[in-house]
Design a protein around this ligand. Structure first.
Ligand SMILES: Cc1cc2nc3c(=O)[nH]c(=O)nc-3n(C[C@H](O)[C@H](O)[C@H](O)COP(=O)(O)O)c2cc1C
Ligand SMILES: Nc1ncnc2c1ncn2[C@@H]1O[C@H](COP(=O)(O)OP(=O)(O)OP(=O)(O)O)[C@@H](O)[C@H]1O
Ligand SMILES: [Mg+2]
Length: 515
């Protein structure tokens, strides 16, 4: 069987391991379910093309097994009898459509074309023909892979079947290593810079593959297999950016959070520090307060800071609460390979996913520390599966980790934080994660007036100026009261200050903003 031969003859040990695991999953599924109740969901994309050939190899090897009743299929190359479903849509690229039909012809697939949306299509499919399991080319990193395993029952609300994902743990690199090693045909769009293909309305070639050629009037792109950073494979899929972190929910073409120094409005951040030592009072947290200042300086409002114990449930509980109420959550502490380093496990629990080894991150750690870990693997490379993005920057020896809207900082002191912060906001880097918002303005007025004298009026002022944060604090019990005004609109701030001053004696408040 040519696929099996090509992989066995290759020197790529990682690809061989991935191949063996995928074949194992396929054979398990073929042993578990009746052959006529299994289907392959094929759409001509690169992942499903990989799966097509793995299934051909898996089917061949399954039949070849000593205990297989029917022996090796004779006319194997012509016949691949697995039921194949294709959801055809008018918004599919014509190249994808024709490749799907050509592949069906070449490999003798019995294609069942469905012209309904996925859910309704699967409902009617299952009504017509019992279908217990469906093979999919879903991979970790696909938005819909979160929480999935190699065998995952369909989601609640979907018709019942087992989703079988033999290439769930394959990376972008693995997919291309397989297609190129086996020299199988793939859809021509991948040679024109497309790296992941959705509909004609939401997919463009990946800008990271654009060839810089000013002499040509037309943009040219390198083939998909030239993309170095596989996590950016969906950069050509025009997707809405994280709605709340963008503020305006605007559509951006590359899926990364853009940086715009003139954004108005406010985004909120919350900060979680993980450390028993801070709670014991043994160590003073300096990273948290410094981060507050930094966020404030780029116009972000910090809505909460919390210190939690080095304990999975404490981290999970806090992350779960903050991830939905803040635009971005920053977490530091509890990151490493010691027993107390539970932050990653806590974050995974908050998102309802498991942790799994991240090969790329492991590679970075290996460069940094060599092969010093005592166990089988470096525990630090166990990251929440399917939701993790590595934020690279040339100044960072190891990328920062981001799980959806939670950024994990490895800084343990202010100097390290300064460096990581610069990388996060550095506009020249693709890792720019934080929009620079219009800065906050502040005014501080000092008064010797007693609290009871000003209390009622300040409360009233807060109601009149909900857009200005009006606070009162003192540096000592006997010292003056300081009233602070923080906001983004200069005119509104001045109006609030004037309203306070007018209510009392002209000398009652002195401006100490610059003091
Ligand atoms: C055969 C099949 C089964 C699916 N089962 C589920 C499911 O159980 N739950 C779900 O939320 N989505 C399911 N989907 C939808 C996929 O999660 C996803 O939306 C689809 O593959 C499109 O991916 P894309 O947005 O990356 O193009 C299924 C899709 C297919 C083709
Ligand atoms: N229209 C469809 N018909 C049948 N199966 C589909 C369809 N769309 C998606 N699938 C299934 O979902 C899987 C994941 O889709 P996805 O778009 O992520 O991968 P792909 O199309 O194979 O590759 P690419 O990421 O390059 O687009 C596919 O491999 C296929 O099994
Ligand atoms: Mg696709």
């Amino acid at each position: 069987m040519e696929i099996d031969r090509a992989i066995k003859g290759s020197e790529d040990t990682r690809l061989k391991t991935k191949y063996d695991n995928a074949i194992y999953v396929i054979q398990r599924a073929l042993a578990l379910y009746k052959f006529e109740e299994v289907a392959f969901s094929f759409n001509g994309g690169k992942d499903s093309t990989v799966l097509l050939h793995l299934l051909r190899a898996g089917y061949y090897l399954h039949k070849k097994k000593p205990d297989g009743s029917s022996g090796t299929p004779k006319n194997y190359d012509e016949k691949f009898p697995l039921r194949t479903i294709y959801f055809e849509s008018p918004s599919a690229f014509p190249e994808i459509n024709s490749f799907t039909y050509e592949a069906a012809e070449t490999y003798g697939l019995q294609i069942e074309v469905i012209r309904l949306d996925f859910k309704s299509g699967l409902e009617s499919l299952i009504k017509e023909k019992p279908t217990a399991a469906i093979f999919l080319g879903t991979r970790i990193g696909d938005p819909n892979a979160v929480g999935q395993e190699q065998f995952s029952p369909s989601s609640p609300g979907w018709p019942p079947f087992m989703r079988v994902n033999p290439i769930l743990d394959w990376s972008y690199r693995d997919v291309w290593a397989f297609l190129l090693t086996c020299q199988v045909p793939y859809c021509s769009l991948y040679d024109q810079g497309y790296t992941s293909i959705g509909s004609i309305y939401d997919t463009v070639p990946n800008a990271l593959l654009c060839i810089d050629d000013s002499s040509s009037s037309k943009e040219n792109f390198k083939p998909a297999y030239k993309l170095i950073d596989g996590r950016l494979e969906r950069a050509g899929r025009a997707k809405k950016c994280y709605p709340s972190a963008c503020g305006d929910g605007s559509v951006i073409s590359n899926g990364l959070t853009g940086v715009d120094s003139h954004q108005t409005g406010t985004l909120t951040a919350s900060i979680i520090s993980v450390g028993d030592e801070i709670l014991f009072g043994t160590v003073e947290d300096q990273v948290g307060p410094s981060l507050c200042k930094k966020l404030h300086s780029i116009g972000w409002a910090v809505s909460r800071t919390a210190v939690v114990r080095n304990d999975i449930d404490s981290v999970a509980e806090e992350v779960e609460r903050q991830k939905s109420s803040a635009d971005m959550v920053f977490l530091f502490g509890g990151v490493g390979s010691l027993h107390s380093d539970v932050s990653m496990a806590g974050i995974a629990k908050a998102f309802g996913v498991r942790t799994a080894p991240d090969e790329e991150f492991e590679e970075y750690l290996r460069h940094l520390t060599g092969d010093q870990c005592t166990g089988d693997r470096n525990e630090m490379a166990q990251l929440p599966e399917g939701i993790t993005e590595l934020l690279h920057h040339e100044m960072l020896p190891v990328p920062l980790i981001k799980c959806q809207n939670v950024i994990i900082l490895s800084a343990t002191n202010v100097d390290e934080l300064d460096k990581q912060w610069d990388c996060l906001i550095g506009s020249e880097s693709s890792s720019s994660q934080l929009k620079l918002m219009a800065p906050f303005l502040s005014k501080h007025l000092s008064t010797a007036l007693a609290d009871v004298k000003i209390a009622q009026f300040v409360s009233q002022l807060c109601l009149e100026f909900p857009d200005i944060r009006i606070g009162c604090y003192r540096k000592s019990r006997m010292g003056p009261q300081i009233v602070s005004f923080v906001g983004k609109d200069h005119a509104r701030m001045e109006l609030a200050v004037k309203a306070l001053r007018q209510k009392f004696h002209p000398e009652a408040f002195s401006d100490i903003s610059r003091g």
